[in-house]
Design a binder for this molecule. Sequence first.
Ligand code: B0W
Length: 833
Amino acid sequence: MKTPNESPKTPKRNPKNKVTANIKLPPVKQGLQQHLIFSTFKTSDAATPRDWYEAASYTVRDHVVERWVKTAESYYKDDPKRVYYLSLEFLIGRMLSNTALNLGLNDELKEGLAALGRDLEATVEIENDAALGNGGLGRLAACFLDSMATMDIPAAGYGIRYEYGMFRQSIENGQQVENPDNWLRYGNIWEFQRPEAHYNIRFYGHVVTYPEDGCQAQRWVDAEHVVAMAYDVPVPGYGTETVNNLRLWAAKAAREFDLRHFNDGNYERAVQERNATESISKILYPNDVCELGKELRLKQQYFFVSASIQDILRRFLTSREIKCQEDWKILPEKIAIQLNDTHPSIGVAEMMYQLVDEHHLPWDFAWGLVGKIFAYTNHTLMPEALETWSVDLFGRLLPRHLEIIYKINHEFLHMVNHHFPGDVELLKRVSIIDETHGRRVRMAHLAVVGSHTVNGVAALHSELLKSTLFADFDRIYPGKMTNVTNGITPRRWLNQANPGLTGLIEKAIGPDFKKDLSHIKKITPLADDADFRKAFAQVKQANKMRLAEKIQKVTGVVLNPDSLFDVQIKRIHEYKRQLLNVLHVVTLYNRIRSGEQGMTPRTVIFGGKAAPGYAMAKQIIRLINDVAAIVNEDVVVGDRLKVVFYPNYEVSAAEILFPGSDLSEQISTAGTEASGTGNMKMALNGALTIGTLDGANVEIKEEVGDENIFIFGLTTPQVAELKANGYNPRDYYNGNAELKQVLDMIASGYFSVEEPGRYQNIVDNLLNNDQYLLLADYASYIKTQDEVGKLYRDRDAWIRMAVLNVANMSKFSSDRAIGDYAKNIWHVSPGNS
Ligand code: B0W
C-alpha cells in the first residue's frame, strides 16, 4: 500500500552508501575563514557583522548537519517508536548560540572568532529570534524538543513556518505599537527547504457516498488544494550525538491551480489566488489565552496537522511492507502523537480520514488505533481559551471531517448513555457538538475523546481539570486524566543565559549538572559557605549590571544596580495581574512622597506583549508607562524607585532578564495560571519568588521550602468561596487607606494629566467587578512585599535563600517532564534509539 497524495519518493537506501562514514570537518577557525569566503563571498576586510554571523552559523551548522544525518540514518535503521509533538507554536529563539552550546562548540567558536578579531556575543546578537509562538505554550514546545534530543528520544516536532512570527512590540507615547516580525528578511541559515517533501492539503468541496465492498463509503471531492512544503530545522541534543528534526510547513499554491488563470490570460487573478493560498502560513496569530474564531486560523490548524499526519504515515509505510489490515496493528507501537493543546486536535479526525477514506481500513479498527496513538495536553482553564468552531464554518471548510466528527460523537454519546443511562444533561455537557451556543464543535472534547491520556501542566492545574473543566470526562474515562508538571531546559535557561552562574556551580560541584540537573542539589551545603555566597552575589551583581546596561540602551532609563530588581515578564493578561504590581508601585511611591525613610530601593521591571485586540491589556501597558514617566522623573524619589517597561519581550531578551532578576513576580489569581514556566526560569537563575499558590508555584514552594519563597494571597478554594459568597471589591477599597489613595490617584488622572479620565475604566472595573480579585489580595501582597524589602537589606540571608532556590530546581528541568511523558504517556524509553 502507498500513501495517497504522496509526492515525495523516499529513495531506496543502500547501507554501503553511507555519506556520514568519513566526514571530517575542519577546525572551527578554519571553518569560519572558509565560510566567510565561500558562503558569504566576502573577504575579512569587507565582511560586515552579519557576514560574520553567517560564517559562524554555517560553520556550526556543518557540525549539526553531520550528526543530524547520522541520527536520521540510525532511526531509519533501528525503526524505533517515534514521538511526534504537534504544536501550532515553537518559540525557539536564536539558534547559533544554542546550537554551539549543545554541540559543545562554544569555546572553540569563541576562540575562533576572537582569533579573527570578532566577538562571540556581538556575533550571536545579529540573529533574529525565531518567534514562532506567543508565550509559555510555544516556549514549552521548544524546551521539550531540546530535552527529547538530549535524552535520545526518537522524536520530531511538527508546526508551521510562519513568514511573520510574533509581532515586534514598540512603545510609542507609552502605548504598545505592533510591527510585523519579518524574521526571514535576510534568509534563515538554520532551515533546510525540502521541496521533495510536500503534500496536498484540501479544503472546501463536498462529500459523495459510493458503494465499496457492499457498504457505503465516503469520498471528499471537488476540494481546493494547497501544497504544504517542508522546511527542516535541526534540534541538537546536549552532550549527545542525537540531532532531531523540527519540520515546519509552508503553504504553496498548487501549480495547476495557478495555470488555469494564466492560460485564460488572467494573470492578476492567478497571482491573487496564489497569494491568498500562501497566506495560510503567513502569520502567527498573537492570541495568547483568548478565543479566536478566525477561518484562517482553522485553516492553519488543518493545514499543518494534515501535512504532518500524511508525513507520519508515509514514514511508517516506507519502513515496512503493509499488505493487509493486520499489518496496521503495530501503528501505535511505532508512533505516539502529542497534541499541544487543542490547536492540533483536528488530528484525531484527520487520522480517521487518512486511515478510513484513504487507506480503506474499517472504521472500528481505525478508531482502535487512534485511541492508542494520541495524547492531549491541556494548558489552560480559562473559558475564553477553549476553542470551538461553528459547525457551519467547519462543514464548509472540511465537510468530510465534520461527518467524521459527527460519527465519533455519535458513538461516544452512545457509550456514555450506556454507562450513565438517561442522563441527558450529561450527554449535552460532554457532546463534541455544543448545541447550546448555536452549534459549535468543541475541540477540547474531540481531543479528550480521541486521546488515551489527557494531562494538565502542573499538579494543581491537573486537579482542577479533573474537578472542573473535565469533571464529566473524569467520570466517563477514569484514569485518563493525569499530570505532567512543566519544565524548562537548563541548557538555554542556565548554561546559555547565565554563564557566570554555570561556571560558579561547575567549579563547586563539577559539570554533571549540565546534562542532568538533579546534580545541582549538591550545591545545597554551599548556601552556608560564606565564600560561595560572596561569589554567588558577585555573579548576580554582574548579571544585573549587564541587564541595567541593556535597559539603558533600549529605554534610556538609568538604573541603580544595587536596588532590588523586581521583575514581572510574561504576556500581559488581567489574570496574571500586572495591575496588582502597579498598585504596589504606586503604594511605594506614595510612601516615599509622604516622607517615609529607610525603604529598600527597588527597580520594578515589566515586560510582555498584549494581544492587539485585547484593549484592557493594552491599557495596562499604557498605565505602567505613565506611572514610570511620573515616578522616574520625580526628584523626591531619586533612585529609590524606578519603573521600567522593557519593550518587545522575547526569548533573547528573557535570556538577559532572568539572570538579572532578584525578585520573581508570579502573582496570578490562585486557580488561573495553569503552570507558568517563567517562575522556574527565575528561580533557576537565583531570583526569589513572590507568588500566589497557583500553577507550578505550589510545587516550587514544595521544592525550595516554605522559608525560601514569599507566598501571599487567597488560595484556590478561598477564591471560589469568596466569589460564591458575593465578592464586593468596594469593601476592600473602603477598608484600606493606602489602596484607596492609590486607586483615587489613578482614577483622578494623576498619571495622565493630559487626559485625566484615561484610566477611569480600569478603576471602575476594579471597584465594580474585579474578576481576578486584585483588591482582595492587595493587603496581603503589600505586606509580603514589605517583608521582601526588609529581607533584601540582609543581603547575606537573601543570597542564602537564592542559593537554596537554585539548588532545589531539578524537578523543573524539562528532562524530568519529558521523562514523565516518555514513561507514562508515550511508552518510549530514553536512549532507546
Ligand atoms: C496560547 C495560545 C492560544 C491561542 O493562540 O489561541 C491559546 C492559548 C494559549 C495558552 N498558553 N494556553 N495556556 C498557555 C500557557 O501554557 C504554558 C505552558 O504550559 C503554561 O505555563 C501557562 O500557565 C499557560 O498560560
